[in-house]
Design a protein around this ligand. Sequence first.
Ligand SMILES: NC(=O)c1ccc[n+]([C@@H]2O[C@H](COP(=O)([O-])OP(=O)(O)OC[C@H]3O[C@@H](n4cnc5c(N)ncnc54)[C@H](OP(=O)(O)O)[C@@H]3O)[C@@H](O)[C@H]2O)c1
Length: 242
Amino acid sequence: MTTESHTHPTPPLRVCIVGASGKLGQYMIDNALARGYEVTGVCRERSVAKLERFGDRIRILPGHTDDAEVIARAVDGCDGVLTVLAPWGTDDYASGTARAVLEHTRHGARLVFSCGWHITRDGKDRYTRKLRAFVAVFGFLARVARIADLDDQVRACRLIFDSDTSWTVVRGSDLEEGPAEGLPIWREHVGDPALADNLTRRIDFADFMVHALTDDALVRRAPAIVGCRTQSALAHAEPTSA
Ligand SMILES: NC(=O)c1ccc[n+]([C@@H]2O[C@H](COP(=O)([O-])OP(=O)(O)OC[C@H]3O[C@@H](n4cnc5c(N)ncnc54)[C@H](OP(=O)(O)O)[C@@H]3O)[C@@H](O)[C@H]2O)c1
């Protein structure tokens, strides 16, 4: 016997993806659409063509992601915003993007940002000499060549950590392409032995970003992630404490 239900179906989450045309952004679009979410993407005008394959399944607002006016329109009515924080350029693009998202999204919406392990929230991350050397050398060369400014990403994350929004900063390990392996595991600090292999599939990074929208245990946390099939993750598979 069936019982009549008077509950209404939950409307799909409305999400905005800021930096939608990059590799991570496109994986996040696929993932969000597969979950039945309504997706708005923001990307530079010159990159709109990269999103052609999505057709009318997403709404696209062309514009620079640090343009407050574009962001205000894109995030209007959204339940969650997924933002790719990239250090490209030397014009405070990452911190301008973070500021625009923080200031224009309605209070209570879930804000999820991507960055790398080199970002530390509380200074308690323990980095290998190799990672420290890479950040120092890449950071210096990229700044001199005016290609990127790693400190801009640091400033962007400081703005997020100091905000009273419902943020999550997902800190990615080194990335590789390949089929999905499953939701990455996470730890509070780099240096945890579970993260030692320092490798995540980009498609799984995207899955973690979209997953974070609905995981309250990740609010105001900066999880450092690694692939769930890496040796280090499998060897230290205890559940993550919330
Ligand atoms: N790559 C890694 O190994 C790695 C490791 C750890 C963490 N992460 C993190 O993962 C996230 C995605 O990284 P990804 O390497 O996979 O890159 P990605 O997804 O391809 O994204 C790069 C983003 O930067 C934009 N961009 C590129 N050049 C730009 C420029 N000159 N000015 C302004 N915007 C520009 C791209 O927009 P267009 O499409 O318009 O070019 C795109 O939105 C980032 O948050 C990164 O910090 C990456």
